[in-house]
Design a protein around this ligand. Structure first.
Ligand code: ATP
Ligand code: MG
Length: 380
């Protein structure tokens, strides 16, 4: 049965007392996200998983890197034979190689440089390749753990971070744009369990679910076990807001932002989540001035709201989105409630005017009616 070696992020390694809890959460997530896995054991600072099928663990937060490995008894001849076979697969005239040896079991009679030398000599002889420790074409890894040796030829990078479920619960305001997608990824990568709230303009939530909003949530759900999206209708708010006098027009965006935040905070309270988060970035658009962001905070009566991208330049958000494969979907056109709200939003929220508007709208009643129409879809 294929065996996989997983190393967890160095940040988990630095945890003192509660490192066990982080590692146990990581083990649970590995099994939940990869249901074919039959066992995950902790072996001196690394995890060893078995699965009858090929696996890709690059979607598990907390994993620093992983590899499919050969498992051998802790004896030099077996190690040498396996390393030679791995090297031979990739050998070609003119190629160079390096043996990367690591000894976690200090009772093993050879230290890492000695393992490297002995295995390296055998590989050089069998393949004719030269050693190049700085920039080899071929690498073969040998890791000695208590009672077991792992030999492998490819290390796959993991996403790093902390396992989802190791640092509390958050509710995110999710538009399906690249900013809120990346904000969700980043908060979950710090170990938060996440639920998302999306305001849609359709008759039924299923329409949003079928479009990029749902597709992106599906993609996020690969990383976030248990991910759910609460779809809330924008319609009720819109019907009330369109009848207001024109002088409120510039405050429609910030008032709606406050409305969305209040709805999300209510969902957060019911789930006992610690805080909200958004994809806001300071100054990125007119609705994201300091004054407008703070006007949203003021609507929450002290309930916290995190903004992981507050200081991120747009291009860097896009770059990460492309690297993770979210951007092509996120940039697709989508019928967005906020686009209908105001051509020229106020950049300075005039709080008295905003509050007057909220009284006319009867926000508590609107909130209750909107929340009563929530539809929940699961993705993780
Ligand atoms: P994004 O790329 O996340 O859409 P943006 O640059 O388009 O962000 P805005 O549209 O002003 O900026 O949205 C700012 C933030 O407000 C979003 O990141 C998200 O957290 C929240 N938000 C915006 N629209 C919605 C919506 N329809 N439902 C839920 N949250 C939303
Ligand atoms: Mg947007």
């Amino acid at each position: 049965m294929p065996t996989f070696l997983l190393h967890y992020s160095s940040e988990i390694g630095l945890k003192g007392q509660n490192r066990r809890d982080f590692i146990n959460q990581l083990r649970r997530n590995i099994r939940r996200q990869h249901p074919a896995v039959t066992s995950v054991e902790h072996l001196m600072g690394r995890l060893v998983a078995q699965s009858p099928q090929a696996e890709n663990f690059s979607d598990v937060f907390g994993v620093a890197w992983w590899a499919e490995v050969r498992v051998l008894p802790p004896e030099m001849p077996a190690m040498v034979a396996a390393a030679v076979e791995e090297a031979q697969r990739q050998a070609a005239p003119g190629r160079t190689f390096a043996i990367r040896a690591r000894r976690a079991d200090k009772t093993f009679p050879y230290n890492s440089p000695e393992i490297g030398r002995q295995v390296g000599a055998a590989v050089a002889q069998a393949t004719g390749m030269r050693v190049d420790l700085d920039a080899p074409d071929v690498e073969v890894f040998v890791e000695v753990a208590p009672g077991t040796v792992f030999v492998f030829a490819r290390r796959h990078p993991g996403p790093q971070g902390f396992p989802v479920g190791s640092s509390g619960k958050l509710v995110g305001l999710y538009s399906g744009g690249i900013d809120s997608v990346i904000a969700t990824y980043l908060m979950a990568r710090r170990g938060a369990r996440v639920r998302l709230v999306h305001f849609h303009v359709f008759e039924h939530a299923a329409e949003a679910h079928q479009q990029k909003v749902g597709q992106l949530a599906q993609r996020l759900g690969r990383y976030i076990p248990g991910l759910q999206v609460y779809y809330l209708p924008y319609r009720l708010y819109h019907q009330q807001a369109q009848d207001l006098p024109r002088r409120f027009q510039p405050y429609r965006v910030v008032t709606f932002r406050r409305f969305m935040a209040r709805a999300a905070a209510e969902i957060a309270r019911q789930w006992h989540a610690a805080a909200l988060f958004t994809g806001d970035s300071l100054g990125q658009v007119a609705s994201q001035t300091m004054e407008n962001l703070l006007a949203v905070n003021q609507a929450l009566a002290g309930f916290p709201i995190f903004r992981p991208l507050l200081a991120w330049p747009k291009q860097e958000i896009i770059d990460l989105g492309e690297q993770l494969g979210f951007y092509d979907l996120a940039k697709q056109p989508y019928r967005d409630g906020c686009a209908l709200l105001a051509r020229k939003p106020a950049t300075r929220a005039h709080l008295a005017r905003v509050e007057e508007m909220e009284r006319l709208l009867d926000v508590p009643a609107l909130l209750a009616a909107t929340l009563a129409q929530a539809e929940v879809f699961s993705y993780g």
